[in-house]
Design a protein around this ligand. Structure first.
Ligand code: TXA
Ligand code: MG
Length: 337
């Protein structure tokens, strides 16, 4: 089993930072989801991330940077990894870092090639979670300039939002191979908004809790939707975030009709909906929050819990057609693909 440490334990952050400096893996909480981290400039450490996740080597990882006021923090670290940074990208960093925004920037050719999965770009983000920040600060003091960290799940699975999820995903790794910092449940709950800033204009690659309107207001120019020419990104594959049970999206009315038709035969089904529904005995009904942020916060944990009950189908009510629901809608449609 991986070594699980309470991040409030006074020596935990130091131990985790030391492991990063030595080229070992650390599971860390961020405000979005838990990451599986390694020193971004240590090729063999980064390869261990791909191996543990079962992730193809050409799927790039996000490099996490320490807070701006830290020696070695993002204001200097950005220039270690990226070049030709457009003005709109700097405005986005100033507006949203630390926070749940990742920027894809042109990569300096001599750095973080393995983490970048061979792309000529690099994904950078400065997380706001206090445990991630403390870890990145202490790691920076030990010479680690950035921590490459994908979501801490095996490839194609639901992202983890608690330390227990991470321990489940990587139960096969020993305590010498993986240390997990337990910082509680992640507040945001879905992965960062990703903006590609490597093609001269901002392109939204992955919706998250920062909306296109907020991005546009901060960077002063329209943020385009992603197109097919976009570089491949695992979180943008159609089928991703998939539980074992089959996920299906339906509106409230259709859900009720389907439950009525099935009657007593609906026991192998779990339902996650905002609409109040009538269902036969044994049907697991889980209430979806009416607020997008509250739903995002619990979404992956709910999918994991419903999946663990052994149901064959998870029926989910389609989120409202508002931009604040874009991130949740995106994750649910991928889970249903
Ligand atoms: O909130 C998050 O972003 C979390 C936490 C741990 O920071 N991380 C995360 O990482 O979701 P991951 O690897 O599961 O998803 C990162 C996405 C992938 O779709 C990846 O392909 C894309 O970012 N990405 C990273 N670097 C890229 C690059 N240079 N070019 C294109 N896409 C990139
Ligand atoms: Mg992921």
């Amino acid at each position: 089993m991986p070594l699980l440490l309470d991040a409030r334990d006074p020596s935990a952050i130091g131990q985790a930072a030391q492991r990063l400096a030595e080229g070992s893996l650390v599971g860390l909480p961020t405000e979005t989801v838990y990451g599986l981290g390694a020193d971004a400039d240590n090729a063999s450490a980064v390869r261990a991330i791909f191996a543990a996740k079962g992730r193809p080597a050409d799927h790039p990882l996000i490099v996490h940077l320490a807070p701006g006021d830290t020696p070695g923090g993002w204001r200097s670290a950005v220039d270690h990894y990226a070049r030709d940074i457009p003005a709109f990208a700097l405005r986005l960093m100033e507006a949203f870092w630390p926070g749940p925004l990742t920027l894809i920037l042109p990569r300096r050719p001599d750095v973080a090639a393995v983490a970048a999965g061979g792309q000529d770009s690099v994904g950078l983000r400065c997380p706001s979670h206090p445990v991630a920040q403390a870890l990145l600060r202490e790691a920076a003091q030990r010479g680690v300039r950035g921590v490459a960290a994908p979501s801490a799940n095996r490839f194609g699975r639901v992202s983890p939002t608690t330390a227990a999820h991470v321990a489940d995903e990587f139960a096969a790794l020993g305590d010498d191979a993986l240390l997990i910092l337990d910082g509680g449940a992640c507040p945001v709950g879905i992965e960062s908004t990703i903006v590609d800033a490597s093609r001269g204009h901002p392109v939204l690659m992955r919706p998250g809790m920062i909306t296109p309107e907020q991005l546009q207001a901060a960077c002063g120019q329209p943020v385009r939707p992603r197109d097919e020419a976009a570089p491949r990104a695992s979180g943008t594959l159609a089928s991703h975030y998939a539980p074992t049970a089959k996920v299906r999206l339906m509106d409230g009315k259709m859900l009720q009709t389907a439950l009525d038709v099935l009657g007593k035969d609906a026991r192998h089904i779990a339902v996650y909906a905002r609409t109040r529904l009538r269902a036969g005995p044994g049907v697991k009904l889980q209430t979806m929050p009416a607020d997008a942020a509250a739903c995002a916060h619990e979404l992956f944990a709910v999918l994991r819990e419903l999946d663990a009950t052994g149901v064959r189908l998870i029926w989910v009510e389609t989120p409202p057609p508002l931009t604040e629901w874009d991130g949740v809608r995106d994750r649910l449609s991928r889970a249903a693909a």
